[in-house]
Design a protein around this ligand. Structure first.
Ligand code: ME8
Length: 648
């Protein structure tokens, strides 16, 4: 994928805001981050975009379930993605949300333009519709009346809607894909898209009636409809740069890569390409479809309770280690399996034994034999030349692999260099060279070359493990930030200056011993298992007469403020609007809810309970919630009701 101009624009999919971020999401975002760091290192002007997809039926339903408005729901949930990217040291330039005005206005302008130019028309559609996926299917797609995507029942509906004339572009698209070798990668995925395009390509329904689904961008030419969520979402890649005219001016279009999971390749390769063509814009240079992660051989799913929580992995192993593992374990483009066992294996063999060992033993010997200063290289023999030639080759091959997004091959190359350096030290045996004054020259050369290899390896590893790479350089005495050094610092052997004071630190990647490993595996497995069914409590409480029950005044309240009660793990202090007044309520729900999640949420409040003090704070009511030993779940409604409404 040759870049002619020195600009680079990479995107991830915008993630559904409802989902809890998992390693699948982290995978795409880390891959994009690696590419962008590599391009920055190589002097490119870069732009890296990620964000959240915030419209559509699922968002609306989830908000209703939580008793909040869709806007409140997305405003609170999108932060989980934003926060995770900070934890993974992601250097995105922007984070787009499809509910932002800057995005909605571009979508609106595009729809208007396409409608005025006859690319969008109204028609009545009769056919099969999957409500959860918000997708129409033809009779042939649903022989058993089940959605081919989610396997849930489809409904037969007849509805007037707006359509984009996607089918008109079928022949053009086939020709484009065939003549642009790098457009869809990997090649196997390109062939799948071409296979899909062998069937006649229909037109794309781009609207949903507002009465059925109000949570979307209104069509500018018919206010009874909102925009289909995919037509809205795909436009994020350009709306971040402004209007269609502005995108023509930016140095970032066409994008260098859209990274997507294999499940959303068709929407990108077919819907997005034809939309761009109709808009008169160039297509992205490349759409790369990566594979899917399973966990211990099983599909990740909430019901199997095996969704790998990336925050926990970062807490336990650090972000660099997880970045490394995800990229090293599986070729980008293929499916992969996550297990803690494989992760521990990689930490011990690749990071502790190989990389960590090269660093610590080189620094130890420089300290012991050269007062901690990088020695000057003396005479050069064939073993040195072999190492130097290996380093040169590894640098150019690593760059070639990174250009192809072959992240795991790039890492394999760096490890070839680390292996070569470890072998070189073993064969040269500096500990023997140190025994005699006559071999001091050789000793210095070997130690210089080892440290220089560390310098090169650290810069090559920077895109993958930015913190560890900077740390490695600091330990060998280089303080300049790696991005300032750039790829030009890898052009010649000898960049490390003799006389530099080294600065050895603690072990970069400590080994995980058997005892620790066993503990990690037991905890991880417990997390993956189905919870045991607990016996349900018998109803033994005294019966109450209806009149007594009606003495309890239950009201709908809306949480307007929430903060944790200091020194308490269980309590949250809430301000609750109950229509007629605001109450201060202390609720024992902190174990299951973060204060930010609570704001805007509707709850049921026992409004005539005698005020009581909890940890010195007055509580004017009680919030209703269900609870077992593991979690507390707030009671709510499946439709909106105003604060103050009585619950009977
Ligand atoms: O599809 N392994 O969002 P999304 C690897 N909003 N990748 C996985 C994965 C797994 N187990 N599970 C999901 C959407 N992904 C749309 C995108 S773009 C204009 C709109 C990947 O949150 C999945 O393949 O469902 C996809 O690329 C990405 O996560 C976002 O999925």
């Amino acid at each position: 994928m040759n870049e002619t101009k020195k600009t680079f624009y990479i995107t991830t999919p915008i993630y559904y805001v409802n989902d809890v971020p998992h390693i699948g999401h982290a995978y795409t975002t880390i891959a994009a981050d690696i590419s962008v760091r590599y391009k920055k290192l190589d002097g490119y002007q870069t732009f890296f975009l990620t964000g959240t997809d915030e419209h559509g039926q699922k968002v609306q339903q989830a908000a209703e379930k939580n008793g909040v408005s869709p806007k409140e729901h997305v405003d609170s949930l999108h932060k989980r993605f934003k926060d995770l990217w900070v934890r993974f040291d992601i250097m995105n330039d922007d984070f787009i949300r499809t509910t932002e005005d800057r995005h909605k206005s571009v979508v609106t302008d595009i729809l208007k333009d396409l409608f005025e130019r006859g690319e969008i028309y109204k028609d009545t559609y009769e056919g099969w519709y999957c409500m959860p996926c918000e997708r129409f299917w033809t009779e042939k797609d649903v022989p058993e009346k089940l959605c081919p995507e989610c396997k849930r029942s489809v409904e037969n509906i007849s509805e007037s809607n707006y359509f984009f004339k996607m089918g008109n572009y079928q022949d053009w698209l086939i020709e484009y894909i065939q003549s642009n070798e790098d457009f869809i990668k990997p090649t196997s995925r390109k062939n799948e898209v071409l296979g899909f395009l062998k069937k006649p390509l229909g037109n794309l329904c781009i609207s949903r009636p507002k009465e059925r689904l109000p949570w979307g961008i209104p069509l500018p030419f018919d206010q009874d409809y909102v925009t289909y969520v995919w037509f809205d979402a795909l436009i994020n890649y350009i709306s971040v740069h402004g209007s269609v005219n502005q995108i023509k001016e930016t140095p970032y279009w066409p994008a260098s890569h859209h990274l997507v999971g294999k499940d959303i390749l068709t929407t990108h390769a077919v819907y997005w390409s034809t939309m761009l063509k109709a808009m008169g814009l160039e297509l992205p240079k490349n759409i790369f479809a990566h594979g899917w992660w399973t966990v211990n051989g099983q599909k990740m799913s909430k019901s199997l309770r095996n969704v790998v929580e990336p925050n926990l992995l970062v807490d336990q192993f650090g972000s660099d280690v997880i970045r490394y593992f995800l990229m090293r374990e599986v070729p980008f483009g293929q499916d992969g399996d996550f297990s803690h066992k494989a992760l521990i294996g990689r930490i011990n063999s690749d990071l502790a034994n190989n990389l960590g060992n090269l660093l610590s033993r080189s620094l130890n010997m420089i300290k012991k034999y050269c007062d901690g200063k990088i020695p000057a290289s003396d005479t050069t023999d064939s073993s040195d030349e072999k190492l130097i030639a290996k380093a040169k080759k590894v640098v150019s091959e690593t760059f070639a692999h990174l250009d192809q997004l072959a992240y795991n091959k790039a890492l394999t190359k760096t490890w070839e260099l680390l292996d070569a350096a470890n072998l070189y030290i073993n064969d040269s045996a500096p500990w023997n060279l140190a025994k005699s004054d006559e071999t001091k020259g050789r000793l210095h050369t070997v130690l210089y070359n080892s440290a220089e290899t560390i310098r090169i390896a650290a810069i090559l590893l920077y895109p993958f493990m930015p913190k560890s790479a900077e740390n490695m350089l600091r330990q060998i005495g280089i303080e300049t930030p790696i991005l300032e050094l750039g790829t030009q610092s890898l052009q010649n052997w000898g960049g490390l200056e003799a006389g530099t004071q080294t600065n050895p630190g603690p072990q970069l990647f400590p080994r995980i011993d058997e005892k620790q490993a066993a503990k990690i595996l037991v905890t991880a497995e417990a997390g993956d298992k189905e919870p045991e069914k607990k016996p349900i409590e018998k109803i033994e409480s005294e019966q109450v007469a209806i009149d007594d029950f009606f003495k309890i005044d239950l009201r709908i309240g809306k949480i307007i403020e929430a903060e944790k009660v200091k020194k308490s793990k269980k309590l949250v202090k809430l301000k609750v609007d109950i229509g007629i007044e605001t109450r201060q309520v202390v609720a024992g729900i902190a174990a299951s809810y973060e204060p930010e999640q609570l704001i805007g949420r509707k709850i049921i409040l026992v409004a005539n309970l005698k005020p009581a003090k909890l940890m010195g704070i007055e509580s004017q009511g009680m919030v209703l919630a269900g609870s077992d030993d593991d979690k507390i779940v707030l009671a709510g409604f499946d439709q909106q009701l105003e604060p103050g409404t009585r619950v009977k």
